[in-house]
Design a binder for this molecule. Structure first.
Ligand code: R5P
Length: 302
């Protein structure tokens, strides 16, 4: 039996390296590349016969490539004789399409879960899915982690005076309530309506809960265009909140998100490294690493 290895997909080498250092599971030797027509190719260069292996890959942009690459790595590991293949998926792309909003639509999260697991993966480790129900979409065991406590620990160091935790929509109430419980803080909820025909347009309706104190912490799972949090921040500002902090798990940062965040009333934002941010330039945004959380989980799995 060979020793366990952790293989990095191309989405998040930095996080994989940190997890490898902290868990003391060595990085596997893998060559990732593509053909001139765009097809992806992978090559496992280690002897992993009968070993337990991990692949770390977020389904972040370019999302479709990363999904295919993860599946190809899993297949290559299986054909190389790996005994147990665990996919660590810190950010699971397509998670926002976990149900049909109207007839004729796919349940994309289920399709992607099937695609990934059909390539030989025996276990999945994932983190703060857009909807908890997605755990049941995988036909293999799932370890479901949350980075909320890691983010809350970072916030506690700021010694904020009486902050209120704010859910930016009704769907995020459970997440925000969990976060608020780590800080012993009250909860407020912004009710928004998202128009199906204009996916990135939101309309803020009202706030329930009391905005006591000067500081609000908006908690969300994903920041994509930044529309949800910047609109929420505007509303809070108009209500007299002086300091606006955002805590979010997955920094997708699509399109002009960073620009929009920079010019918004948001004072500070904390996001995890579930999606690599090597080119990020922003004084407002701080990355809180989930490498300890994942490394500890892998150690338990050995
Ligand atoms: C929505 O239900 C999610 O929890 C996020 O609020 C949403 O995905 C954020 O997207 P955007 O940054 O484009 O508003």
């Amino acid at each position: 039996m060979n020793s366990p290895k952790i293989f990095a997909g191309s989405s998040n080498y930095n996080l994989t390296k940190l997890v490898s250092q902290k868990s003391k599971i060595p990085l596997g030797n893998i060559e990732l590349g593509s053909f001139s027509d765009g097809e992806i190719d992978v090559w496992i260069k280690d002897d992993i016969n009968n070993s337990s292996v991990f692949i770390l890959q977020s389904n972040s942009t370019p999302v479709n490539n990363h999904i295919v690459e993860l599946s190809l790595i899993a297949d290559a590991l299986k054909r190389s004789g790996a005994d147990k293949i665990t996919a660590v998926i810190p950010y699971f792309g397509y998670s926002r399409k976990e149900k049909q909003n109207r007839p004729g639509e796919p349940i994309s999260a289920k399709v992607v879960a099937d695609l990934i697991t059909s390539s030989g993966i025996s276990k999945v480790i994932c983190l703060d899915l857009h909807a908890d129900a997605i755990v049941g979409f995988f036909n293999v065991p799932v370890i479901y982690l949350s980075a909320l406590e890691t983010l809350a620990k970072r916030i506690k160091k700021e010694n904020l005076k009486s902050p209120v935790v704010v859910a930016p929509d009704v769907g995020g109430v459970k997440r925000a309530r969990n976060f608020a419980s780590y800080l012993n803080a009250p909860l407020a909820v912004i009710e928004k309506h998202r128009q199906v025909s204009a996916r990135d347009q939101i309309e803020v309706l009202s706030i329930t809960g009391e905005l006591i104190g000067d500081t609000a912490i908006i908690v969300d799972d994903i920041i994509s265009t930044g529309g949800t949090i910047t609109e929420s921040a505007e509303v809070l500002k108009k209500k007299g909140v002086k300091k606006i902090i955002v805590c979010a798990i997955h920094p997708v940062f699509a399109g002009y998100a960073i620009k929009n965040i920079e010019k918004s009333p948001i004072d500070k934002m904390y996001v995890t490294d579930s999606i690599d941010q090597k080119n990020l330039k922003s004084k407002k945004i701080e990355i809180v690493s989930i490498s300890d959380l994942i490394a500890n989980c892998l150690i338990q799995e050995l």
